[in-house]
Every structure is written in structure tokens, then in C-alpha cells.
Design a protein around this ligand. Structure first.
Ligand SMILES: C[S@@+](CC[C@H](N)C(=O)[O-])C[C@H]1O[C@@H](n2cnc3c(N)ncnc32)[C@H](O)[C@@H]1O
Length: 339
């Protein structure tokens, strides 16, 4: 039996799910499966479907993996990922047949509201990845989140209720989840939503992110590594919706390289990776992406390498970029520096 746990870095943008499951079958996704009971029950009840569980919690993934193994289920795969990333980067338009979201984290405090998964934007993204008439089931025991979900589902043009009402407060058909049981035991009312994607086309506003050839920039500079290291301080840049945070700089002993720990956020991708400034020979440097952690060479990485090159050039009049394979905007000096 192949492992049910998928390695994120091995998945293509977008992923061929039939290839991953070894067969063509409708793809069902459970987002935030927690204990994994509902997920394995779904896989058992629907042997002719490919069932994908996505979670951010490692202990939850571990527990679910053990359940899948014990039950010998071969139609389940598990992925550690944020649901938005899974949908936008790994799923092609109309790749998903059904989606279950059981008791999503309610983020009840005012300053946490933006963290809630379900809103009109998310529903639009979801609709772009779902087949026409594809089913979306959501449940929550949080009264305030229920209000927000009701409002989002009633205002989105891309989903409609399969029930005569927007929600029901009882559903004896479903397997109870852990958080559902906690909510009921504590006397809360659960809201169950059973929707379907509309049949009409959905505007494809969420492009699949792109990977570029491995980026590099070659520079000449009279500065030595010691001088570059001494000049370095943390800095941040923003360009469009891409935020780059140059963090710690490390230098390995007896090494001819500097390693700049960098965080790059560009919806729906967030990467913490290493950029390397390597001295190939005195006066000649190449800046590239370190392979540690299997980073994706995105547009944000191009921008980061370009900005690191510009920073080096700013240190010294004789420092120049000799050649590079970066996008033109990567070397723009108009990026806004954040202090
Ligand atoms: C309140 S628990 C509910 C667990 C389970 N569905 C249940 O009903 O018992 C919410 C789960 O969603 C996961 N989660 C939160 N945000 C997520 C995201 N953006 N993508 C994937 N999983 C997420 C959390 O790690 C957590 O396990």
C-alpha cells in the first residue's frame, strides 16, 4: 500500500489528481479534517471516489494517517497545506467534485476575523475549482460564524442551497465529528449548510501560480564577503501583492557563501527559503536560490533575488550586475521598502 501522506513539494501546480490516486475518479476534499473520523468514514462510504484530506495540523495528519493505514484504505490521500493554497495552486478549474468543511476554526475575536476561512472571496475561489453542481457541505457550531457563513453563501452568485432553506440545525444523517459533539455537549446549536456550485460558468479570477526557470544574477564587485556581511541588515520589500522579508544572514565557516534567510508571501504561496550570495572567484558573485526545503522558483523569488542584487549594487559604485535571467520588474528600483 502506498503512503497516504503526500509530499507537498512533489506536487505540481496544478496537480494531476488522477495520477496521484492512480485512477480517474471524482475528487472529494475535506478541509480541516481534525481527528480524521469523518474523512475515513467518507472514504469507506464512497469507495469509487478519490478522497483528499487537507489539514494544517501535523498531529491531526499523523492520527489520520494511522487510521487510513489500519483500515487499509487506498482511496484517501492526506496533505499538510492551507486549504486556499491547495485549491488555487494544486487544483485545476473544475477538478473538484465535492467539498466538506466541518466546524472550521471560528476565530471569534474582532482582530482575528480576517483569519476565518469562509467568506465571499473564498467561495469564489472554491467555485472556480469545483465542477458545475458540485456539492459543498459546511457545518459550524459557532453562532457568529454561522451568521457570517449564511451571509456569504446567500450573497455569492456561485453557490445555491440544495435545501429549501439556507441551513438546517439538525442533520442526523451525517457522522458526528469531534467538534460537533463538543458543540452539542456544550449546548450550542449547529448550523448545517448543503450547497451546490451553480451550473453557469464562474469567472476564473484565481490563476494557478507559475514557476519560472531557476533564477540567478551574476555580479562583479570589489567588495569581499566580510564587507558584504558587515553591511547587511534586515530589510523588507513589497511589490503588487508580493511581500519579501530579508531576515537573518548566515555565513558558513570556511565557506565562500552568504545565506540570506528570506520569507516571501505572494497569495496563495508563502515560502521561507534561502538565497545564496556565492563568491565564484574574487570580484565575481552569483545570487541564486538554495535548494534547501525544495522552494518553488516563483515570481516572488525572482523579485527577491533582483532586490538583493540591487542592494549589493547600492553598496559600492563599482558593483555591477553582469547578467541575469530575471523578470524586468525584479530589478525595478520602484519597489517600496518597508521599514
Ligand atoms: C475546529 S477544528 C474541526 C476539526 C474537525 N473537522 C471536526 O469537526 O472535528 C478545525 C480544523 O481545521 C484545521 N484548519 C484550520 N485552518 C485550516 C486551513 N486554512 N486549511 C486546512 N485546515 C485548516 C485546523 O488545524 C483544525 O484541525
Amino acid at each position: 500500500m502506498t503512503s497516504s501522506l503526500l509530499q507537498n513539494h512533489q506536487l505540481r501546480w496544478p496537480t494531476d489528481w488522477a495520477d496521484i490516486f492512480g485512477r480517474e475518479a471524482p475528487l472529494i476534499i475535506e478541509i480541516g479534517f481534525g481527528s480524521g473520523h469523518f474523512l475515513v468514514d467518507l472514504a469507506q462510504k464512497r469507495p469509487s471516489a478519490n478522497v483528499l484530506g487537507v489539514e494544517i495540523s501535523l498531529p491531526a495528519l499523523d492520527k489520520a494517517q494511522r487510521k487510513v493505514r489500519t483500515l487499509g484504505l487506498n482511496n484517501v490521500r492526506l496533505l499538510q497545506s492551507d486549504a486556499r493554497y491547495l485549491l488555487q495552486a494544486l487544483c485545476s478549474p473544475e477538478a473538484v467534485a465535492e467539498v466538506y468543511i466541518n466546524f472550521p476554526d471560528p476565530w471569534p475575536k474582532a482582530k482575528q476575523l480576517h483569519r476565518r476561512l469562509i467568506n465571499v472571496d473564498f467561495l469564489h475561489l472554491l467555485a472556480t475549482r469545483m465542477v458545475p453542481n458540485g456539492r459543498l457541505d459546511v457545518a459550524t457550531d459557532h453562532a457568529d460564524y454561522a451568521l457570517a457563513i449564511t451571509e456569504a453563501l446567500e450573497s455569492t452568485p456561485y453557490f445555491q442551497s440544495r435545501l429549501p432553506t439556507t441551513f438546517v440545525t439538525e442533520d442526523t444523517e451525517r457522522l458526528r465529528t469531534k467538534y460537533e459533539q463538543i458543540g452539542l455537549d456544550e449546548g450550542r446549536t449547529c448550523h448545517y449548510y448543503k450547497f451546490a456550485r451553480v451550473e453557469t460558468a464562474v469567472p476564473q479570477s484565481y490563476p494557478i501560480p507559475k514557476e519560472f526557470p531557476m533564477p540567478h544574477a551574476v555580479l562583479q564587485s570589489p567588495l569581499g564577503l566580510d564587507a558584504i556581511e558587515a553591511e547587511y541588515g534586515r530589510f523588507q520589500y513589497s511589490y503588487d501583492d508580493c511581500h519579501i522579508n530579508f531576515m537573518e544572514l548566515f555565513r558558513a565557516k570556511d565557506d565562500d557563501s552568504l545565506f540570506v534567510e528570506t520569507y516571501i508571501k505572494e497569495e496563495p504561496v508563502a515560502q521561507r527559503l534561502g538565497l545564496v550570495i556565492r563568491q565564484r572567484e574574487p570580484g565575481n558573485y552569483v545570487i541564486s536560490l538554495h535548494e534547501l526545503g525544495f522552494p518553488r522558483p516563483t515570481r516572488g523569488v525572482q523579485l527577491a533575488i533582483g532586490q538583493l542584487a540591487i542592494w549589493l549594487v547600492s553598496l559600492n559604485d563599482e558593483t555591477k550586475i553582469l547578467h541575469h535571467n530575471l523578470l524586468p520588474e525584479a530589478l525595478s528600483t520602484n519597489l517600496s521598502e518597508v521599514h
